[in-house]
Every structure is written in structure tokens, then in C-alpha cells.
Design a protein around this ligand. Structure first.
Ligand SMILES: [Zn+2]
Length: 479
């Protein structure tokens, strides 16, 4: 019994210390491990399986819009990185350099890709000639490296996994439409699969991607009231095309520059799942992303017939398409319950000799702990239904949490008071001047999260300088 208690006791409660709670969940749910490679992480099977499901769902959605996957080298020659001025300035402080090949110093050093715009541009400059070659709608699944000073599993690590889409189009309108289209793919994915509601909007010039004309973002709110940038989609206009000479011959026989976009989502989303849905017993996974959706736990499994029946139940669930496992290890049922909860498995199915005698089983929901007794004939249908309800409830709960942690500020005093005392999003008006954005960061410790597509007019003047406002902005502290 002492050992069983330990599994749960060793998690810090989120109310006490959210950061420590996060670290505890990541470790206890066996998502990652430390490695001798500083600032990087080992993603363990339970964590990697979540990433595989994210990949699978996103990749399917991408391909439905005509995206094709490619793979480019992981090294970028310095001269290539230098070609677009804003881009190199934005990334220079965090790139890692390769200076030797074997024992020989390289004539030109190369960086490990922090992102692949420059390589795609180099490739497109060779590959695009005519309007018939357009559009190019490519995506790459890979890892990138950014030399971060402080790191945390999933949220900020030097090497992380992601996808980066890079497209080239004949017209500015087409590029803008693709930028928004991919933002919507991300937003739908977050809400439908991860049960994370998002705010869609545009980044201010200060916060936009280095080299982009416009950056669109989806912002989500974590349980502790901090924001997380969850996916971004950039419209590059023809800036990169001009720097790299990506031109095509149009139908009218004139040479024109292409218009480009890029968009990405990363393993950070696993951090988001943990921080939006987790509780003091560990991880809570939305059923649609959970690698294991149901865990069958036999009780008094040494009694004759129990294990056989449990295996039969498991098989029936697997056959009906529910990702199911059975825990027939020699740990006690209490330990198995805690472990299944810690790993965030959406439902567990308890099955003991008395249940078998009565022809029933008990379904326990991870999120609400609700226990549902159901006949074995109806079990599969009931588990499917429970998973669907849980998925919906999790999104609703996250939405309610976000709404109750979104505040409106009409004066600077009000703004500062909220920033200091009420973690969450702050909606306030802005004049469009970066000086006010800088001042709010300096004085209230918040950054602009986005200029939401859904605008409201809270007042007519900027929260900081009182000049006429141009837009309502979401502000907040962010990961
Ligand atoms: Zn202002």
C-alpha cells in the first residue's frame, strides 16, 4: 500500500507549484527523459505515441488540401542563410554551427536548420520556371535546432520535432488564401482533436516571424492562465522570392516573382495538452489523441476465468476500433488504477469475478472519475459513446476555463491590476505603435498575443497612450 501511495504522492499539486506539477507529470507519465545532450530530451514511447497521432491527424488534414511531403537537408550553408536580411537577423542568435567535416575545417560553415525557409527558397529557385510549375505546396516532417538558453520538456528544447509547410504561388491573393487556410487547419485540429480552444488572429509587427509580411497565429490558454502560441502561418509576400531570385514565366510571357507562405506546428502541443487538460492525478488525454483509449484492468486476476474474460473484452474493444490495452501485470489493482490515471488513459474498464458473474463491467472516466456499470453485451457501444462524450466535455471545460480567464481592460490601471493579479488573457485597445507594446511589456510584463480576427471595440483609445485605437488586442504572459 505504501508503494501505491507513492505514485500519486510524488506529484506536486498544480495549485502549489504549476511548473513543478508540469515537470512531475512529464516524468511520472513517462513522456520524456533527460539525456546527456544538454537542452534536449529523450521522447519516450508514451510521449512519442502522442506525437505520432498528432502527425497522423495533421498529415491527413494537410493532404486533403493538396499538400505533398518532401525532405530537405538538415544543414544550411552560411551564405544561404545570409540571403534574406530580416530572417538571418532573427535567427542568428540561436543557430548551432557545424565547422568541421571529419578533421578538416569547412571552407564555409553550415548551421543546423533552425527552420528551412532558405533551403526551400534555394530549391524553388531551381525547380520553378513556368506558371505550370505553380503552386508548390510542400511540407516537411523533421526536427530543427535552436540554441535556447533555458529549456523545458516539450515547451522549449534545443532540438524539437515539427512540420514546416512551404508553399509558392503565382499571386499574392493565392498566397494569402493558403496562409489563412492552413491557420484554419491548425485551429480545427486543436479544437476537434486536442480539445483545445484557440483564438485566431494576426501577430503584431514586433511579434511576427523574421522575414514575413504577416504572421497569423492560434493562441491557447493553459490552466495556469498563461498563453501558448500553438501554431503559426506566415505570408512572405515576394520578399524571399526577390532575395533568392525565385521567378516564373507567366502566361503573358513575362517574368514574375512567386509569393510564398510557411506554417508550422511542433511537439510543444504535447506540452499544451498536459497544461490544458492535466490534473493533480496526472495527465488527461483527449480520447482522439490518446495512444491508448481504454485500459482493461482485471481484478482478482488469479481467480479462474478472470484473465480469460478480460482478454476477451479487450479483443472485442480492439475489434471495434478502440485503442485498448490490458494490464495483467502482477501489480495491485490500486496501483494499476493510479498508473492508468497518471498516463491520462481516457477510460479504464474494471472487471472482477463478481462483475463477470453478473455479466457486467465498470467503465471509469479519467476526467470526471464517473463510474458507469454496463452489461458486457453493451460494453463496446458504451465505451465508444463515453469516449465521444469525454472528448466534447474536455473541449467545453477548456473553453469555459478560457472564458472565465479572459478579462477586459478599459484603463491602464485596470490593465496593470489584471496583469498582476488575474492570470489569463487581457483584451484591450491598441494604437498600433510598437512603443506602447514595448511599454506594456516593461510595465505590466505582458506581450501582445494576437490581433484577433473577431474584433470588439472596448474603448476608442489606446490603453497606453490614449491616442485613437486601431485594434483590439489579446495580451498575456506566455510560454
Ligand atoms: Zn498607443
Amino acid at each position: 500500500m505504501a508503494k501505491e501511495k507513492k505514485l500519486v504522492e510524488s506529484i506536486t499539486s498544480m495549485e502549489e507549484d504549476f511548473a513543478q506539477w508540469y515537470t512531475d507529470v512529464v516524468k511520472k507519465a513517462e513522456l520524456t527523459d533527460y539525456t546527456s545532450v544538454k537542452g534536449c530530451m529523450v521522447i519516450k514511447p508514451a510521449g512519442y505515441a502522442i506525437w505520432e497521432n498528432i502527425q497522423h491527424e495533421l498529415d491527413r488534414r494537410f493532404k486533403e488540401t493538396g499538400v505533398e511531403n518532401v525532405y530537405l537537408p538538415m544543414l544550411i550553408p552560411e551564405s544561404l542563410l545570409q540571403k534574406e536580411k530580416d530572417h538571418v537577423e532573427g535567427f542568428a542568435p540561436e543557430v548551432a554551427w557545424v565547422t568541421h567535416g571529419g578533421l578538416e575545417p569547412l571552407q564555409e560553415r553550415m548551421c543546423v536548420r533552425p527552420t528551412s525557409e532558405t533551403l526551400f527558397c534555394d530549391f524553388y529557385a531551381n525547380d520553378i520556371h513556368s506558371y505550370r510549375d505553380l503552386p508548390k505546396v510542400y511540407n516537411q516532417w523533421c526536427s530543427v535546432m535552436r540554441w535556447e538558453k533555458t529549456t523545458r520538456p516539450f515547451l522549449r528544447s534545443r532540438e524539437f520535432l515539427w512540420q514546416e509547410g512551404h508553399t509558392a504561388h503565382a499571386t499574392a491573393e493565392e498566397a494569402e488564401a493558403r496562409t489563412i487556410q492552413m491557420l484554419n487547419v491548425y485551429a480545427d485540429f486543436c479544437e476537434e482533436v486536442l480539445a483545445i480552444p484557440v483564438v485566431k488572429g494576426r501577430k503584431t509587427d514586433k511579434e511576427k516571424f523574421a522575414g514575413a509580411e504577416a504572421t497569423y497565429t492560434i493562441e491557447s490558454l493553459m490552466h495556469d492562465g498563461k498563453a501558448l502560441q500553438s501554431g503559426t502561418s506566415h505570408n512572405f509576400g515576394d520578399g524571399f522570392a526577390k532575395a533568392f531570385g525565385i521567378q516564373y514565366t507567366d502566361k503573358d510571357n513575362t517574368l514574375k516573382y512567386v509569393h510564398q507562405t510557411s506554417w508550422g506546428m511542433t511537439t510543444r502541443m504535447i506540452g499544451a495538452i498536459i497544461m490544458v487538460h492535466g490534473d493533480n492525478s496526472g495527465l488527461v488525454l483527449p480520447p482522439r489523441i490518446a495512444p491508448v483509449q481504454a485500459m482493461v484492468i482485471p481484478i482478482q486476476q488469479k481467480k479462474e476465468g478472470v484473465l480469460d474474460k478480460a482478454a476477451e473484452v479487450k479483443e472485442a474493444l480492439v475489434k471495434s476500433g478502440i485503442r485498448t490495452r490490458m494490464d495483467d501485470s502482477d501489480k495491485s489493482p490500486g496501483w494499476k488504477f493510479s498508473e492508468s490515471e497518471m498516463r491520462g488513459i481516457p477510460v479504464r474498464i474494471e472487471l472482477g469475478p463478481k462483475d463477470i458473474e453478473a455479466g457486467q463491467a465498470v467503465i471509469v472516466r479519467r476526467d470526471t472519475r464517473e463510474k458507469i456499470t454496463v452489461s458486457l453485451e453493451e460494453l463496446t457501444g458504451k465505451v465508444t459513446e463515453t469516449l465521444e462524450i469525454m472528448q466534447k466535455d474536455m473541449l467545453e471545460r477548456a473553453r469555459t476555463h478560457r472564458e472565465s480567464h479572459t478579462y477586459t481592460a478599459k484603463t491602464l490601471d485596470e490593465f496593470k491590476d489584471i496583469a498582476e493579479n488575474k492570470p489569463g488573457f487581457i483584451k484591450a485597445m491598441w494604437c498600433g505603435d510598437q512603443a506602447c507594446e514595448d511599454a506594456l511589456k516593461e510595465e505590466a510584463g505582458v506581450t501582445s498575443r494576437c490581433i484577433p480576427f473577431q474584433q470588439e471595440e472596448i474603448t476608442c483609445e489606446c490603453i497606453y497612450c490614449k491616442k485613437p485605437a486601431k485594434a483590439m488586442v489579446y495580451w498575456g504572459k506566455a510560454y
